[in-house]
Design a protein around this ligand. Structure first.
Ligand code: PLP
Length: 269
């Protein structure tokens, strides 16, 4: 008897040697959500719980060859991007996504997590690549999932409250994604953690309890991956985001200390 093949999901992202964020977090979340994970590695970071000591990017043609190899053979039910490091990688990835029919105007949904820096403030995207994120990635995205630092870098909007989240959602939608999720987790003075989901017509506030954990390394990647996995399972976008939000809440609640710095959110429960 042949076992059932699970849905497939592709992450286009960087490696975290500490195993808490990047493709390592993505694969853990994909596994926990019951999808077969595939990877196109964009950069190799040298990091541990104390921060990112440096990274080397993968040549753009090697990144795109990984995408074409898996898309052409195994098929991709949903995809996400994380750390893309340089404008050259972003431009090459965008062209390849079109060729393999991944993105908001193609059959396969694309979640863009516009990773710019680590929680320790270490750069994961070269400064000159921000324009490529706006021009090349956002118009192809089914969903973008910026945190408030990334919102400020990409739109100039400084969010301090719910009204600011709405203003940011509008500015981000002007860049062309179908949906935006403005994550409110970094508004630390609020007892709740409210994320705003909008497609320009509907606005949904997804409210959750804030878990006071210092160990949130990989949280953004894990949320975007759980949403991507839910899309691979065939959920529609708002349901997939709600499922991803439930997943990350649990992962933060179960996060654990590791090393001398910041531990990761947890897939173990
Ligand atoms: N390293 C890689 C490869 C990442 O993709 C990310 C975030 O997306 C990080 C590190 C930083 O994760 P955090 O901000 O949760 O520490």
């Amino acid at each position: 008897m042949t076992a059932r093949t699970p849905p497939t999901a592709l992450t286009i992202a960087g490696s975290d040697s500490g195993g808490g964020a990047g493709i390592q977090a993505d694969l853990r979340a994909f596994f926990a959500c019951g999808v077969h994970g595939m990877t196109a590695v964009t950069a190799v970071t040298v990091q541990n719980s104390l921060g990112v000591q440096g990274f080397t990017e993968i040549p753009p043609e090697v990144v795109t060859a990984q995408i074409a190899a898996v898309a052409g053979d195994m098929g991709v039910a949903a995809a996400k991007t994380g750390m893309l490091a340089t404008a050259e990688i972003i431009e090459a990835v965008a062209a390849t996504l079109d060729e393999v029919h991944i993105g908001q105007n193609a059959a396969v949904p694309l979640v863009v997590d516009p990773v710019a820096a680590s929680m320790h403030g270490d750069t994961l995207l070269r400064a000159e690549a921000l324009e490529a994120v706006r021009a090349e990635l956002f118009p192809r995205a089914t969903l973008v999932t910026p945190n408030l630092d990334e919102v400020r870098l990409l739109t100039g909007v400084q969010v301090v409250d719910r009204a600011g989240q709405r203003e940011a959602a509008k500015a981000l939608l002007d860049l062309g994604p179908r949906w935006v999720l403005v994550k409110g987790g970094h508004m630390y003075d609020s007892p709740e953690c409210v994320d705003l989901l909008s497609d320009g017509r509907d606005v949904v506030e997804l409210s959750g309890k804030r878990h006071e954990s210092p160990h949130t390394h990989g949280g953004g990647d894990t949320l975007a991956s759980a949403v991507t996995a839910s899309l691979a399972h065939g959920l529609d976008l708002p349901d997939a985001v709600a499922a991803g939000k439930r997943f990350i809440e649990r992962a933060v609640a179960e996060s654990y200390p590791l090393g001398a710095g910041t531990g990761p959110v947890s897939p173990f429960w």
